[in-house]
Design a protein around this ligand. Sequence first.
Ligand code: FE2
Length: 423
Amino acid sequence: MLDLIIRSAALPDGRSGIDIGIAGGKIAAIGPALPAQAGETVDAGGLLVSPPFVDAHFHMDSTLSYGLPRVNQSGTLLEGIALWGELKPQLTQEAIVERALAYCDWAVAKGLLAIRSHVDICDPRLLAVEALLHVKQKVKPYLDLQLVAFPQDGVLRSPGALDNLKRALDMGVDVVGGIPHFERTMNDGAESVRILCELAAERGLRVDMHCDESDDPMSRHIETLAYHANRLGLRGRVAGSHLTSMHSMDNYYVSKLIPLIREAGVAAIANPLINITLQGRHDTYPKRRGMTRVPELLAAGVPVAFGHDCVMDPWYPMGSGDMLEVSHMGLHVGQMTGQDAMRQCFAAVTGTPAKILGLEGYGLDVGCNADLVLLQARNTVEAIRLRAARLKVWRAGRLVASTPAATATLDLPGRPDSTDFMY
Ligand code: FE2
């Protein structure tokens, strides 16, 4: 006897008319026309059922702080970093927890059930670390929160940052972060990558660095990151976030670099909403887009995820925790309008980041966690096009969020048959 059966679903891989049987919080059966009986039956009516959205790159310690203590007037990355520096001394643990929990509510409503969040460790009080470790436990029943120890002001440039970072890992932060392009020199940046990768190797941890978030084509720390990932046997456990300098690099150099990234088993995380708004700020026209070379990395076999990065914080005044909005922007900025490319944009906010985070039990196979989202769309491309409503969100087979279908009521002159209209 199943707890729940979802009938007549379309799946992200293109299959349709599929039933999903759930028992004990896991997927117990999946296939066409399952004969099984269940305590509850939901008819998907041919709509898409997907594993949940996964955000590979976020900042939960700063989210929903937009306007505190003032707004970012220039809208630039550097004013954002300066503003965050002004806000940090005023932060309280309670306020961080409150904002983070509010954001997690937004996330669940949008079917986003796993987030990798960087947490700034440069403040020796480690307030944000304590706050987000608390949030991680609190949301565990409905959202997987993975934390990255992130030295926002540079692990070498900021006094005491390396010790703070190690303390954060001791406290239970999961992943080693870095920001080599923000160190004082290229050499310091490279040295920071070596130190942090060795630390991760010693402790058996994953690495995710803000890497080359710059329009400077000579910002080449991704090469160093790939080198150390390869040297230390960290294949499959290292991600380079942003990599925006690759947008501006010489094509010949990139033709050497991408195979090195692939060979080292390093993943790439682009942040389309943030890259398109923060990069190219020193350009007149034409203005660079700044997003890394997503189609070329994918073609070479490098896993590429899209992250949200920011929602209403010193760097970005927009956002709602909607990974389909992120995917939609990535598709446009990367000019990924081919059929396969559009499906890759959906994977970049679902299965690919799940692999990068090392999530266990993610997917639609028997035995996987019954974490599922019913979308108001018939396939993944339509889901992106419409930023489709998340009609139902299940966590371990339990309904945790629902949203009414998007409809419009039309009353058109000369059209007496006008009725409710569904997109
Ligand atoms: Fe970031």
